[in-house]
Design a protein around this ligand. Structure first.
Ligand SMILES: [Zn+2]
Ligand SMILES: [Zn+2]
Length: 418
């Protein structure tokens, strides 16, 4: 280090401890802000400073790095006394910047006044026995299905791989032959993925009369659209005869709709990443910084909204096994917080004809609150293949997609007849 640089560093450090705050006790009491509380059961580093002081400015990139590198393991908060002078009194700070170290229970371990380097901060945590290294992720994969799928092909839904109830079958004529789907909903998912000209597309679609079990043109059917009482998830039944639909409505409830109205309803909620039609009841909620509310048709698509919008997002997903809540917050394209911190992702994959592995599609992805739940779900779903990845890895995979790849998301493959 040159003499000038040394002198500058010393001057900065001296300046750091010289900035004394005159505690303005007469000023209004501390106004609570979002980052002045210890929100999670994890160690917390608080930096009390101001955006205008030089050593505080030097702390800013260090805090940002710590925030992203130790996301989910260390809470990092910057408290600005120029915005809220009450912080100085609340945290008993004499000079800015001051860094305060708290353990996961909120007990203060140590505090430091003035500029503090990243190395020193990490060493201090270590000295106090706080381990910030990432826990080794349990590895788990299943690349061969537990059970061979012997179901006749015509009984499997092209879109979701579910069993087809013959009374709900939808058939679409494509140039690759007839495509069989388990429900009008799976048909609209496919419809929302098509990039071809969709004029008169309905003419290629036949549905099944729920009453008689016979096929009929979708354009000639009426639809009973109801909602499951407990989940709120819609169900759809097709009828050739209005009288049958009315009779069914008396028994099961719902509204009778023509194809066009049904289509509007079905296409009203789209995945914020791949634009596929989805039901909010099946989807992950995504809140984009700035207030936009959208959906992820699957957990991975939900994370993809961060890549597509370039903004910080909050994903509210449910464990696929237990429906327990999982919340992921992103910051600068990285996971900033994860609730619960044990949450993991399943990356459903399938072997392609050329022997390489690719995504098994949105129906085969999911988040779990922990590895045990993921393993239990895999056991319950003998045809699923894929592997466990961290939610950080799942987000990183989306963040590295090019804008062109994002625009083609899902339309590249699994959803369109081949
Ligand atoms: Zn289906
Ligand atoms: Zn999607």
């Amino acid at each position: 280090m040159s003499k000038v640089a040394k002198i500058t560093t010393v001057a900065v450090l001296v300046l750091a401890v010289c900035i004394v705050i005159i505690l303005k006790q007469r000023m209004s009491p501390a106004l609570g802000t979002k980052n002045d509380v210890h929100t999670k059961a994890m160690p917390r580093l608080v930096d009390v400073g101001a955006k205008t002081c030089i050593p505080c400015k030097l702390m800013a990139p260090i805090l940002k790095e710590l925030k992203t590198e130790y996301a989910g393991r260390l809470q990092v908060d910057f408290l600005d006394v120029s915005i809220n002078p009450g912080f100085a009194g609340q945290y008993k700070v004499r000079v800015i910047p001051t860094q305060i170290f708290y353990d996961a229970t909120g007990k203060e371990l140590f505090r430091h006044e003035g500029f503090y380097s990243k190395e020193d901060i990490l060493a201090k945590w270590k000295e106090h026995g706080v381990d910030l290294t990432a826990p080794k992720l349990a590895t788990f994969e299943r690349l061969t299905p537990a059970k061979v799928d012997n179901r006749p092909k015509e009984n499997i839904c092209f879109m979701c791989d579910g069993d087809i109830n013959p009374r709900a079958l939808v058939t679409v004529q494509s140039d690759k032959g007839p495509v069989r789907l388990c429900s009008p909903h799976c048909y609209f998912i496919m419809y929302s993925c098509l990039t071809e000209d969709k004029t008169d597309f309905e003419k290629k679609v036949s549905v099944t009369d729920w009453a008689a079990g016979k096929p009929l043109q979708a354009t000639e059917a009426v639809f009973l659209y109801g909602q499951d009482e407990t989940t709120g998830r819609p169900w759809i039944r097709a009828f050739a005869d209005q009288a049958d639909a009315t009779r069914e409505r008396a028994a099961s409830g719902g509204n009778i709709l023509a194809l066009q109205t049904l289509q509007q309803k079905e296409l009203s909620h789209r995945c914020g990443f791949c634009e596929r039609a989805c039901y909010p009841q099946d989807a992950a909620e995504v809140i984009v910084e700035g207030g936009v509310h959208t959906w992820g048709c699957c957990s991975h698509c939900a994370l993809g909204v961060a890549a597509r919008t370039g903004k910080n997002i909050e994903v509210r997903e449910k464990d696929r096994l237990t429906k327990k809540k999982i919340i992921v917050k992103t910051f600068d394209g990285k996971v900033a917080s994860l609730e619960p911190p044990t949450a993991v992702a399943w990356f459903g994959q399938r072997k392609k004809p050329d022997g390489t592995w690719g995504s098994a599609g949105c129906f085969h992805q999911g988040f779990f609150v922990n590895t045990e739940n993921l393993k239990k779900w895999v056991q319950k779903n003998p045809y699923e293949t894929g592997r466990l990845i961290s939610i950080h890895q799942a987000l990183a995979a989306k963040m590295k997609l090019s804008p062109e790849q994002i625009s083609k998301a899902c339309k590249i493959g699994e959803c369109v007849p081949k």
